[in-house]
Structures are given as structure tokens and as C-alpha cells.
Design a protein around this ligand. Structure first.
Ligand code: T46
Length: 137
């Protein structure tokens, strides 16, 4: 299973660091929505779903967290620890976010507006969805 992690280029000088993300250059899709999670309580896990269409890039811009990605055949845990790392999450990846450090801020760049109908929240339904996608790409 291939995990796609982007390393964004910081513009550093003696004042500190700045990262700029441009659609089509750093981000492989048009960004329609941005959201972020913060003040995540100790021990919390989030996610537990996949999407029918949504593509996203996750950046832990402060602190750290872990993401479990599952493509229906295998799963991998990815750590996000640096503000210049971006994890690409395709629609067909079941995702779970956990191990948030205190004061972690997880920023998400999303290819679609929020739509509850795009969520696949049942794991068996997710497995049927990825099998159908694989046989009918
Ligand atoms: C995903 C992972 C990485 C909105 O109203 N608008 C939004 O854009 C989002 C993302 C959420 N919400 C509402 C819906 C829920 O009442 O905020 C509440 C929490 O959302 P949810 O439980 O879906 O959050 P997570 O952390 O489980 O999942 C989120 C995204 O929803 C999901 O698409 O891939 O982060």
C-alpha cells in the first residue's frame, strides 16, 4: 500500500519559517474547503470512515498525531509531526486519527464542500465500495 506524503518547501529566514501551498502546484486538487481540529482531548480517536469522492491533505501544523490508513486490504499508521509534511488521503482510504499530542492542530485541505452523503461510515460498506471501485475504475 502506497502512502503519499508531501514535503512542502519552507521559506525560511532569520525571522522563522513560512509555508505557502498553491493549488495545482503543491496540492493536487482544487481546494474547496479547509478545516482544522484543535483542543483534542487526551486519548481521543476520530475518523472511522472513508469517502465516496473526497480527496484531502492532512497537515499537523502544530504538535503531532497519527493517522491509520486502511485501503481494505492492508493498513498503515503514519505519524504527522512536522508542519511541512502533508499526508494525501484518497477517498477510498478508511482513516482513523489518534495519539494527538497536547495542543496539536490538524489542518485539512479538502477537494469538496462538506457533504454528509459522501461519508461511508460502515466498514463492511467501505469494503464493498473499494471492491466495486477496483473492478470498475
Ligand atoms: C475526514 C477526517 C480527516 C462540518 O460541519 N463541516 C466540515 O467540514 C467537517 C469536516 C465537519 N463538520 C461537522 C460534522 C460533525 O458534526 O463537524 C462535526 C465533526 O465532524 P466529524 O465527526 O466528521 O470529524 P472527524 O474528525 O471524525 O472527521 C473529519 C472529517 O469529517 C472527515 O471528512 O476525513 O476529519
Amino acid at each position: 500500500m502506497q502512502v503519499v506524503k508531501y514535503m512542502f518547501q519552507p521559506h525560511g529566514d532569520d525571522r522563522g519559517q513560512l509555508i505557502a501551498l498553491e493549488e495545482g502546484k503543491d496540492i493536487p486538487f482544487a481546494v474547496r474547503r479547509i478545516y482544522y481540529m484543535y483542543e483534542t482531548a487526551d486519548g481521543v480517536t476520530r475518523g472511522y470512515h472513508a469517502h465516496k469522492h473526497l480527496q484531502q491533505i492532512l497537515v499537523c501544523i502544530h504538535g503531532s498525531c497519527k493517522i491509520r490508513l486502511d485501503n481494505g486490504q492492508e493498513s498503515k499508521v503514519v505519524s504527522l509531526e512536522k508542519p511541512y509534511e502533508g499526508l494525501y488521503v484518497a477517498n477510498t482510504m478508511w482513516r482513523e486519527m489518534f495519539d494527538f499530542s497536547p495542543e496539536a492542530v490538524l489542518l485539512v485541505l479538502a477537494s469538496e464542500f462538506y457533504d454528509e452523503n459522501d461519508y461511508i461510515r460502515d466498514y463492511d460498506e467501505f469494503l464493498s465500495f473499494v471492491r466495486k471501485e477496483a473492478s470498475n475504475p
